[in-house]
Design a protein around this ligand. Structure first.
Ligand SMILES: Nc1ncnc2c1ncn2[C@@H]1O[C@H](COP(=O)(O)OP(=O)(O)OP(=O)(O)O)[C@@H](O)[C@H]1O
Ligand SMILES: [Mg+2]
Length: 273
């Protein structure tokens, strides 16, 4: 489990996280935040879910506590546990408990990977009760103002129905993110990779060509993140074709046939150098 903190605007000199909206997601997040409603973010890998939550936490001036879910995660990883420290047994809050106490945004990334007996702890936090029962302490904590639950998943390869009860799911406000429109994605790729707009545009045109492949043998399509990685190699001096081979083609598949087919697509789509 990894836990990272994002410091709120008031305590940090860091510039705001750069995020370009792809639709109405910012307004939905703001409204849900005012109500303390939990948010379910869905979208393919590398489309900007994490960056979006970072940007919203910054805008709202709330601490962001991120937890990466995995199948071995237990509820103690979220809530906390007793640990031996210098011969004494002390209780140590888990990240969810800390967020509940501090009124932070708790971002449970890929929480659906976890088993249902783990995710069950978020159920009473996801409705009007806004409370966290801590069985091992024999207490129930009321969530501090500002506490907000955000969970994310990738509908392409995860089934949230598996691990979240429908009654819980219906307490969430769902926001669906996708790759931005070409003009916006070009701006994002140019800025994040540090390359000119024309090169970024070529990468975005290629990305969309891959996304539009019919009956494709790919598990995932080329994400914004992937295009930024390719752009980063160009910024480091690699020719565009070589950068795309390394950051896109070889990453998307191990199948020699598919790799060759993608290479042909790249040759057809990228400008001649
Ligand atoms: N709309 C956007 N505005 C600004 N940057 C973006 C946007 N979309 C994607 N990015 C860039 O793409 C990168 C990947 O996005 P991010 O890590 O947020 O994806 P994700 O949806 O959380 O992926 P995963 O599901 O794999 O965790 C970010 O680091 C950022 O550079
Ligand atoms: Mg993410």
């Amino acid at each position: 489990m990894t836990v990272s903190d994002f410091r709120p605007v008031s305590e940090s000199d860091e510039p705001p996280p750069f995020y370009r909206a792809v639709g109405g997601e910012v307004d939905v997040f703001r409204a849900a935040a005012r109500r303390g409603s939990p948010i379910l973010l869905k979208g393919p890998t590398g489309c900007g879910k994490t960056r979006f939550v970072e940007a919203m936490a910054y805008e709202l001036g709330r601490e962001l506590i991120t937890v990466a879910g995995h199948e071995d995660m237990t509820s103690a990883d979220l809530v906390g546990r007793f640990l031996l420290k210098g011969g004494e047994t002390v209780w140590v809050d888990g990240p969810l408990t800390r967020a509940v106490r501090e009124g932070a945004i708790c971002y449970l990334d890929e929480i659906v990977e976890a088993r249902q007996d783990t995710t069950v702890v978020i159920h009473p936090l996801a409705d009007h009760r806004r409370e966290l029962p801590i069985d091992r302490l024999g207490t129930t904590l009321a969530a501090a103002p500002g506490f907000q639950l955000v969970i994310s998943y990738n509908p392409g390869y995860q089934s949230i129905l598996k691990n979240l009860k429908e009654s819980t799911r219906q307490r969430f406000v769902a926001i669906s993110l996708d790759f931005p429109a070409p003009a916006v994605e070009t701006e994002v790729v140019a800025r994040e990779a540090g390359i000119d707009a024309a090169t970024a545009e070529s990468l975005v045109v290629l990305g969309n060509a891959i996304r539009n492949l019919d009956g494709s043998a790919l598990n995932e399509v080329a994400s914004t993140r992937m295009l930024i990685l390719a752009g980063g190699l160009v910024a480091e001096g690699l020719p565009l074709r070589a950068a795309v081979q390394a950051a896109v083609v070889e990453v998307l598949s191990d199948d020699p046939e598919v790799v060759r087919g993608l290479g042909e697509l790249v040759d057809a789509v990228l400008p001649r150098q």
